[in-house]
Design a protein. Sequence first.
Length: 348
Amino acid sequence: MTRAIKVLIVDDSALIRQILKSILESDPGLKVVGCAPDALKARELIKKLNPDVVTLDIEMPKMNGIEFLRKIMKLRPMPVVMISTMTQNNAAITLEALEIGAVDFVAKPKQDIKRGLSENAREIIEKVKTAANAKVKPLERYLVNENQKQVNVTGVSCYDLIVFGASTGGVEALRMIVSALPKNMPPIFVVQHMPKQFTKTFAQRLNGLGDLTVHEAEDHMIGRNGHVYIAPGDRHLRVAKRKGEIVCRLLEGNPISGHMPSVDVLFDSACHVEPAKTIGVILSGMGKDGADSMLKLKEAGAHTIGQDQKSCVVYGMPKVAFEKGAVKEQLDLKKIPNSLFSLCFPEK
């Protein structure tokens, strides 16, 4: 019989601790071994109970969640799922937590927290289970050195657009890739699974890291060389051709492949633009979103890249795509920027 995943809940609210405990223990594969109201008590319980996963609140007395997360990732790296209220300020802090090494986060509403968390019970359970099997590394961001960063070149790219799909583990992966690419790359379109309150902040955090300009995509926005377009968290992103230019199209509707925005929607739309001049990249993430449409892209003539198992936080989406035969080459995360550059400018 498989051992239940041991979870430690860290939150200063007794009500939230109670709600999370009830939700997690409704699944026989999870066992809450302890609850802590602050980081100091949590530190004691981690040493005593050796949990498999920690759920961690951001706003706590004595030591906030970010400070505690830094200590965890430096001294005892382990899977952490952040608990964050859906505010603009907390969006930035939550994204910082993912950059530090948290596997994922659960967005909790400011109002009617009990109902909001209960409605997302399935998501909470799934994220904690995924975190237990995630690849967690010591605190060290993917820093771009001079050997990694590509120089700008003159001339026209061999490809017209690049499309990315990512989920759990994708925030830091995209951060590393975007910071390494030069400003003359073809337009880049990205679906990263996250709520609508976070995608604008995510785009702002990526912008300015390197030479590329990063936006949260808007409907009818024209795709320009050297620019990156992040799908808003509440709408699907498609690419289309209009008067010879590639444009963003945002669509409302239902989740596709379990997500909105969906990687499948973006990749499928690229099949109808110029697939032979498209590069599709699928990064770390749980589930299978993007796998079917990446196969269509490849069969239509696109070059497709999947992040390899060793460098993925969660080898889910890239694994399914690879097993379907949708991936032309699997690469370590650190090699993806150079591969993209070499494909676009092969003689440079």
